[in-house]
Design a protein around this ligand. Structure first.
Ligand SMILES: [Zn+2]
Length: 221
């Protein structure tokens, strides 16, 4: 079996155990040559195994391996992979703190270094578009074709993160929900202090990219 698929399945199960999705919610994909493995439609991450994940050709959108239907958000994944050769993995979840906070009109803003290091300074927030529709896929594509975007927020729906590895996309998803958790709690007890432009610039100067890559390398295995 493809090592990429093995890692994708274990990541999907971890997302489910972490409460970032419920039931058949959310979807994940990873590039493998000219194709992408994508979670199947109608399965929870716990239940979907290696025979359930279809391999879809990124250019044509045809299923080249597997019997199951791909996730109903398959277009969203195809559009991102087509626009972003740097992206190897895409994670779409329904993280509760993120949905609650952003649907109430708050944008996620860096309050601590990790969120900024993982997500960078450009995290688009878009208003609700009906789930599973081509309109949603187009709205996502419009934001994610900007290669500064490592993730984005879908108000009243969830989050999408991308990565040069599955692990990177996973850490970015976790950092989004962690930021929402921190921001929510700060808002509930007072007025949060956000990192200033100057402080963010200093993080850039620290070589946050190098730091992040080091973190990822250390986490491997
Ligand atoms: Zn969704």
């Amino acid at each position: 079996m493809s090592e990429i698929l093995t890692e994708l399945i274990s990541t999907a199960r971890y997302l489910s155990e972490s409460g970032l999705v419920t039931g058949a919610g959310g979807n994940v994909s990873a590039r493998d040559g000219d194709g992408m493995w994508i979670s199947p439609s109608g399965f929870s991450f716990e239940d979907a195994g290696e025979d359930d994940y279809p391999l879809v050709d990124i250019t044509s959108g045809d299923i080249v391996k597997g019997e199951r239907r791909p996730s109903s958000e398959v277009l969203m994944h195809l559009f991102i992979f087509r626009q972003r050769p740097d992206v190897q993995a895409i994670i779409h979840t329904h993280p509760k703190m993120t949905i609650a906070l952003t649907s109430a009109g708050h944008d996620l803003k860096p309050m601590y270094a990790d969120y900024y290091v993982y997500l960078g300074g450009h995290v688009p927030h878009i208003d609700y578009v009906t789930v599973t529709t081509p309109e949603l896929a187009r709205a996502v594509e419009a934001e994610m074709k900007d290669d500064r975007a490592r993730g984005m927020i879908l108000r009243n729906h969830g989050a999408i993160t991308v990565g040069q590895s599955i692990k990177e996309a996973l850490f970015r998803t976790m950092a989004v929900e962690e930021q929402a958790f921190i921001q929510w709690h700060a808002l509930s007890v007072g007025t949060p202090t956000y990192l200033s432009d100057d402080e963010l610039k200093k993080l850039d100067e620290l070589g946050s990219e190098d730091y992040r890559r080091k973190l990822l390398a250390e986490m491997k295995g």
